[in-house]
Write a new protein. Structure first.
Ligand code: PMP
Length: 361
């Protein structure tokens, strides 16, 4: 007996590799592999989370009105043009389901986030990867990669795993250069880390085919709770709401996210700490001969001599309980992506890399 055959494309999807959180034989581990906020969420979010415990028998709101209002107030956006989902992953999925299908192409950059390909293939579309130049997005290559079959272009800005950022003029050029039938998704999972960047919201206002996605998993420290959101023209939001599960977010998720985004002081503290430690760690590693591109996010992409050195350094760090991320799957085999942890974690990483290089080089 055999099991039923899934839709074409599904078996081409490689299982998503999430950052490991344990190392055999090592008691204390510090996880620096998933770009989480090392301090966790605002204490107010935890309080709000707990306060929902006596209402677990009730179905949650279907329209997420209070969370959308809070997001709208903080970002100066119309709540009617916001949709909330189970992580921004769900918004990415909904976009692919709604706008791409068999025979269509979904474009992403060479070192782009792996979820785009998973969602494209799951919707029955093809996933097309466009080369980058020195780990930065090549706008001309993206525009040249668009065909009549292209339905969606995904760009993360800042990008994961490179940490690099496309400037405002280049983004505007991309948005203006795409044909109307192509949706440009500006994935702003790390947008909060860039002072003065609106994540692409102003481009959404200018172009009916631009969509912005955001998350509570990074700056707001709620990766474990799974909350994201999108901002688009009303018609696009209406389309996505039709295929969204009506009770996709629990009251617990909604309450914690609202409390987190309203705690501006906590967010500002986390941002300042991230920026300070990111500069420190990048400089410390560069002085040892391990450079990285200037990161605009909460991680750095450390470049080693070659794949062997990166793999060996990863193992060396793991043996000390420091879990970072190999990014060969993103086409960057000689790099390690290191989340900016708390001060002690950054110092331990720097010490470990120094000890590793002293043995190796
Ligand atoms: N986009 C990018 C670029 C990411 O790095 C991530 C998380 N790794 C996501 C989207 C998805 O985040 P979440 O589903 O937790 O909101």
């Amino acid at each position: 007996m055999t099991t039923p055959v899934p839709q074409p494309g599904i078996m081409d999807i490689a299982l998503y590799e999430s950052g490991q959180s344990k190392v055999e034989g090592v008691a204390e581990v510090i996880k620096l592999s998933s770009n989480e906020n090392p301090r966790g969420p605002s204490p107010r979010a935890i309080e709000a989370f707990r306060a929902t415990a006596d209402r677990l028998h009730r179905y949650p709101s279907t329209d997420h009105a209070e969370l959308r209002t809070a997001i709208g107030e903080v970002h100066g956006l119309d709540p009617a043009r916001i949709i909330c989902g189970v992580g921004s992953d769900e918004i990415i999925n909904l976009l692919c389901q709604a706008y791409a299908g068999p025979g269509d192409e979904v474009l992403q950059t060479e070192h782009g986030f792996s979820m785009y390909r998973i969602s494209a293939l799951a919707a029955g579309a093809s996933s097309v990867s466009v080369p980058e130049r020195e780990r930065t997005t090549d706008i001309d290559a993206l525009l040249a990669g668009v065909t009549e079959r292209t339905k969606i272009v995904f760009i993360a800005n800042p990008n994961n795993p490179t940490g690099t950022m496309i400037g405002g003029n280049a983004l505007a050029r991309l948005a203006a250069g795409l044909p109307d039938h192509v949706i440009l998704v500006l994935d702003g999972a790390y947008a909060e880390f860039v002072e003065g960047y609106d994540g692409g919201a102003s481009l959404v206002d200018l172009h009916p085919n631009v969509v912005m996605t955001r998350t509570f998993s990074k700056l707001y420290g709620l990766g474990g709770l799974r909350i994201g959101w999108g901002y688009a023209q009303k018609d696009v939001i209406d389309v996505l709401n039709r295929i969204r599960g009506p009770f996709n977010l629990s009251e617990t998720q909604l309450a914690a996210a609202e409390a987190a985004i309203r705690d501006r002081d906590y967010a500002a503290d986390c941002l300042a700490e991230n920026a300070r430690l990111r500069t420190w760690l990048a400089r410390a590693l560069a002085e040892m001969g391990v450079p990285s591109d200037t990161s605009c996010a909460n991680f750095i992409l450390a470049r080693f001599a070659d794949r062997d050195e990166a793999v060996a350094c990863d193992a060396f760090l793991k043996a000390r309980g420091l879990i970072v991320r190999q990014v060969a799957g993103y086409g960057l085999p000689s790099c390690l992506r290191i989340t900016i942890g708390e001060e002690r974690a950054c110092r331990l990483v720097a010490e470990a890399v120094r000890d590793f290089l002293a043995e190796r080089r």
